[in-house]
Design a protein. Structure first.
Length: 550
């Protein structure tokens, strides 16, 4: 049985899920293991990192984030969707907390620099539906699996009893730097519901208004101005930078395709808090991953919405720098909105960047412009956002981004996509040029190409979960693959002149990302015919007549 490290004044677990996991760790781990729960570590900058559980084992130290999320969880290593609510994958902030703890150990005693600190996520309750990619499931465990992981040093390639001689010093250092968790974070009128991201001097939270708890939640960007980490001149410069950046966001004002700031204030501790919308919906990344089909017109609509967002941002001297499926939010009516301006660059004179060492490590390199990876390539500007939006456009039709490494852009444009509308396919090589000065300098050429790529009228659609499209026990994607084969037999040439509600027209409008042209197996065709015939209510009477005729 493990021993529990008691922190003076600790009020205990903040929820029942945390209590159950800590109890399981203490009772399920063997002698020689130590468990600390519900503590905080403070950085010199003034940031505080809260830890649900820390396990000191004879071979390593484990930082464990506990989530009592129930219901339906789907996602990958960067983003999860919990009962329709988009959340950042918890392993990312947990890894940052592990690095913070490691830095505290090494700073207090250099010999502790060889201690391995591993991050893990524990799900306190088995969810009703858990569908994570292999990368997303890495280091995410139910409680029985967590116990096996923590007690098996081979899982992290560390020798058994490798740091037994250092357990005593680790506990002494931990006892000197850890403190009890202070309770819910409060910033002005806002109470924090969830920590989304934390960095050296700033953090992002989901929060609610304390006086109006039933109104929709907001996001908070909290910048800490520490008199310990910064001297007087640095403090003044940092405050000026943050206020200028916040002013630029506020100056952008509201726009239907942008999630920007509502207000900004400074609290008694000197921290600057920016309040932003927390719009309900899911990200484009989630939509692409859960198999929900997108028509060609829907892809064009998303790209056009983000073009409008970038036009608005660039007109106010703001370059987003992180345009990717994860920062594109799809609202319930199908509108695309650009979110997360936390890494934006401001083109006004004297404005500083919030791009810090290690920022790239937490981003998906497949969507990064080359100049963000190597500043020698060229200056960051509006063309940076255009490059990144072009990688999203390519993925919508190809099923994957054009490059795994942004520097591959210098080797030439990716293959032309036959299923992409010609005007968009024509301009894409210019947008994906490795050299920034070879790309268009504004959004207008891309907007023009998108306008000429329309295949129909825009229709607002609810971007519901994949289960909405599986009411007949077969995914719409699989059904359409088989229907594509049947339609190809019935209509060898599709001219696009068929009635819009017919199956032939419907299939012709689906992007290759969700509609694979592979012919379905002979065995599945009768079932596909039957399914589509039965589903004719979703496609229209004309669709049923056409399919029945095959």
């Amino acid at each position: 049985m493990a021993r529990l490290i008691e922190v003076p004044g600790n009020a205990g677990p903040i929820n029942d899920g945390e209590r159950r996991v800590v109890k399981a760790l203490v009772e399920g781990l063997p002698d020689g293991y130590w468990v600390a729960a519900n503590v905080e570590l403070a950085e010199p900058s003034g940031q505080s990192f809260d830890y649900d559980a820390i396990v000191v084992a004879p071979h390593a130290v484990y930082v464990i984030e506990i989530k009592d999320w129930r219901g339906r969880i789907v996602g990958d290593e960067r983003e999860w969707q919990v009962n329709g609510d988009v959340r950042r994958a918890p392993i990312l902030p947990t890894q940052r907390k592990a690095r913070v703890l490691k830095s505290h150990l090494a700073a207090r005693m250099p010999a502790l620099g060889r201690v391995w600190v591993e991050a893990a996520v524990a799900l306190a309750t088995p969810p009703a539906h858990l569908a994570l990619t292999p990368e997303g499931q890495r280091r995410t465990f139910l409680v029985p699996d967590l116990l096996r992981f923590v007690t098996d040093p081979s899982q992290i390639a560390k020798p058994k009893d490798g740091i037994t001689d250092l357990v005593g010093p680790i506990l002494r250092v931990f006892g000197s730097v850890a403190r009890r968790r202070s309770g819910p974070l409060i910033f002005g009128h806002y109470e924090v519901l969830e920590t989304l991201e934390q960095g050296p001097d700033e953090a992002w939270y989901r929060a609610r208004h304390r006086l109006f708890p039933d109104v929709p939640s907001v996001r908070l960007r909290v910048v800490t101005l520490s008199t310990y980490a910064l001297n007087e001149d640095q403090l003044r410069a940092r405050r000026t930078q943050v206020l200028r950046e916040t002013e630029a966001l506020l100056r952008m004002g509201s726009h239907p395709n942008v999630i920007t700031a509502r207000e900004s204030f400074q609290d008694d501790a000197g921290r600057i808090i920016v309040v932003l919308d927390d719009t309900p919906g899911r990200t484009l990344r989630q939509r692409l991953q859960d198999g929900t089909p997108m028509t060609v017109q829907e892809c064009i609509d998303v790209l056009q919405d983000i073009c409008h967002a970038l036009t608005h941002a660039h007109a106010h001297g703001v370059v987003h720098r992180q345009v990717e499926p994860q920062t594109i939010l799809l609202t319930d009516d199908g509108t695309a909105r650009l979110a997360r301006f936390g890494l934006a660059k401001f083109l006004t004179e004297g404005a500083a960047t919030v791009w810090q060492k290690g920022t790239i490590d937490e981003m998906d390199p497949r969507y990064l412009a080359p100049e963000l990876v190597n500043s020698q390539v060229g200056a960051v500007g509006p063309s940076t956002d255009l490059y990144e939006l072009a990688t999203v456009a390519y993925e919508l039709f190809a099923g994957h981004p054009p490059f795994e490494d942004p520097m591959r852009a210098f080797a030439g444009a990716p293959p032309r996509l036959e299923n992409m509308p010609a005007p968009l396919a024509d301009i894409l090589p210019n947008l994906l040029a490795g050299q920034p000065d070879l790309r268009p300098t504004n959004v207008q050429p891309l907007l023009s190409a998108l306008r000429h790529s329309h295949v129909g009228e825009r229709v607002k659609r609810v971007t519901g979960p994949k289960s909405f499209y599986e009411t007949l026990g077969i995914s719409l994607t699989a059904t359409l693959r088989c229907a594509a084969s049947l339609a190809a037999e019935a209509f060898p040439v599709c001219t696009g002149s068929i009635e819009p509600l017919t199956i032939g027209s419907l299939l012709s409008r689906y992007s290759m990302r969700t509609l694979n042209t592979r012919r379905c197996s002979v065995r599945s065709r009768p079932f596909a015919r039957s399914t589509i015939h039965t589903s004719s209510g979703q496609f229209g009477q004309a669709g049923r007549a056409k399919v029945s005729g095959t």
